[in-house]
Design a protein around this ligand. Structure first.
Ligand code: SAM
Length: 242
């Protein structure tokens, strides 16, 4: 059996690079994104009734690297420090036989950029864990009575990951932040804080040289930071060099 699916839309998110993307949805709530719908799905009528639902399920393709890389029967989840192995079907790894992801995210309604049918219809969402440009296969309402299971067991991921660092900004970084997000529309400060607080460093590396500088990319900006004990210090926020 073979199946062929076309995306119904593309996710536009702040995450323009894989490093720093949270490992599950809603861990970084300041991440505002949208699903830009592709024809013929860019029709308001296809979303009639969705306004009553606060959250939606996104089904999407892990399109970057995962299709070419293929899958392995066992993976090392970051949640287990990137050392211990579990079966791929006991994990949420992007490297799976069919590299399809699922994320439940908040939805904030439709917006239209241009005028008329077929002109830039998008669904606004928040808290996604999707790379910018991710192809979306489907959108479904999150139905609490069916989807939220109060007594479910979460295996090796039974509790939510805790924020690991307090995030501070150098004076230079604060000035650059103010320049890059003058009207606060990107919620850049909160976004950087939440992303770094989660500790995006790969789990399998537990030793780093002191004051090693890490570079994250959000939107078209590079964020430089390093770790100092329980704190992370952001030292630069500047446009990605072409
Ligand atoms: N919530 C989804 C799930 O459970 O199916 C995704 C979980 S997966 C562990 C999240 C990671 O997938 C992110 O941290 C990022 O590294 C990766 N990712 C997100 N979008 C991707 C894409 N379009 N292509 C490849 N990897 C992606």
């Amino acid at each position: 059996m073979r199946f062929e699916f076309q995306p119904i839309g593309l996710c536009r998110s702040p995450y323009t690079d894989k490093f720093g993307i949270p490992r599950q949805p809603r861990l970084v709530t300041a991440a505002e994104a949208r699903i830009e719908l592709l024809a013929p799905y860019d029709r308001e009528e296809a979303f009639a009734g969705l306004e009553g639902f606060s959250h939606v399920w996104l089904l999407f393709v892990f399109h970057q690297d995962c299709l070419e890389a293929g899958w392995r029967a066992q993976v090392r989840p970051p949640r287990l420090g990137g050392r211990d192995k579990v079966g791929v079907f006991a994990s949420r790894s992007p490297y799976r036989p069919n590299p399809i992801g699922i994320s439940a995210v908040a939805q904030h309604g439709l917006e239209r950029q241009g005028k008329g049918q077929g002109k830039g219809l998008a669904l606004r969402i928040a808290g996604a864990d999707l790379l910018d440009g991710t192809p979306i296969l489907d959108i479904k309402p999150y139905v609490p009575y069916a989807d939220a299971i109060a007594d479910a067991e979460g295996g090796f991921a039974n509790t939510p990951p805790q924020a690991r660092f307090q995030v501070g900004f150098s004076e230079d970084a604060q000035r650059q932040l103010a320049e890059q997000d003058a009207d606060g529309r990107l919620r850049l400060r909160a976004l950087i804080e939440e992303v770094i607080a989660q500790d995006p460093r790969p789990g399998y590396m537990d030793r780093y040289p002191e004051r090693r500088v890490f570079v994250l990319q959000l939107y078209a900006l590079e964020i430089h930071w390093w770790i100092d004990g329980e704190r992370a210090l952001v030292t630069r926020v500047h446009p990605v060099q072409p």
